[in-house]
Design a protein around this ligand. Structure first.
Ligand code: SF4
Ligand code: SF4
Ligand code: FES
Length: 239
């Protein structure tokens, strides 16, 4: 262990991190999965969704924006934390319109996959059935606002990876919505289907036209293995 190595525990397991890593980055590298939605490994963290909240030295904090520190004690896989995560996922389901059965992202959707992982059954909260317009103005991309969970991944990717400002938020609280930087919809923006912003959406809000069924239902990412299992596989004993 050199001077730059940090050691801390997660659910009693000691792991190592290097200076500058966040808790979620260190856990990913160590094979411990912390549920997350707004976090994407290629994007600057936003601390937006709170799904990654862990108890860190006795206080709750978002693992994606908390730097790893020597000796910290992190709790991740606890009933209260998973209850809170399930409640967040449930709210996202009922605040939007999510008919998974016929959604193009089914099996490849992080919201749906987290619902399965956390054991979400039928939501207890009433569905709000918001009326949200479908933006089909772009020749290559559909923007389905019904599915948007306001994670800001597209905003960060557009600004930081694509050098554009295609996406932003408007409104606050329950009225918050994703918008684009053109009155006439996505088709009037600088957005291109090859942009990084087009491939980071965790749900089926940004959908590339004519591209949806390359991988058939039943064979998609989370049809094959649960969300987080790629990270947890790093800890599995090798035979
Ligand atoms: S985006 Fe995900 S959660 Fe929403 S309907 Fe599609 S599969 Fe279901
Ligand atoms: S469009 Fe997708 S990536 Fe962008 S905020 Fe909505 S859910 Fe997140
Ligand atoms: S993944 Fe950390 S707050 Fe969203």
């Amino acid at each position: 262990m050199d001077d730059a190595t940090i050691r801390f525990t997660v659910d009693g397991i000691e792991i190592e991190a290097v200076a500058g890593q966040t808790v979620i980055e260190a856990c990913d590298a160590a094979g411990i999965y912390i549920p997350r939605l707004c976090h994407h490994p290629d994007l600057a963290p936003a601390g937006q969704c709170r799904v990654c909240t862990c108890t860190i030295n006795g206080r709750n904090g978002a693992a994606c924006v908390t730097p790893a520190m020597q000796g910290m004690v992190v709790e991740n896989e606890t009933k209260p934390l998973n209850d809170d995560r399930r409640a967040i996922i449930e709210m996202l389901f009922v605040e939007g319109n999510h008919p998974c059965v016929y959604c193009v992202a089914s099996g490849d959707c992080e919201l749906q996959a987290l619902g399965y992982r956390l054991g979400l059954d039928a939501p207890k909260q009433p569905y709000l059935w918001p009326g949200r317009p479908l933006d089909t103005t772009h020749p290559d991309i559909i923007l389905d606002h019904d599915r948007c969970i306001l994670c800001s991944r597209c905003i960060r990717a557009s600004r930081m990876e694509d050098g554009k400002t295609v996406f932003g938020f408007e409104g606050r609280g329950i009225a918050m919505r994703l918008n684009v930087d053109a009155q006439g919809g996505l088709g009037e923006t600088q957005m291109a289907a090859i942009d990084r912003a087009a491939s980071v959406c965790p749900v089926a809000c940004i959908v590339i036209k004519r591209d949806s069924y390359k991988v058939p239902n039943g064979k998609r990412r989370f049809d094959v293995s649960p969300i987080g299992s790629d990270i947890e596989a790093k800890r599995m004993p090798r035979t």
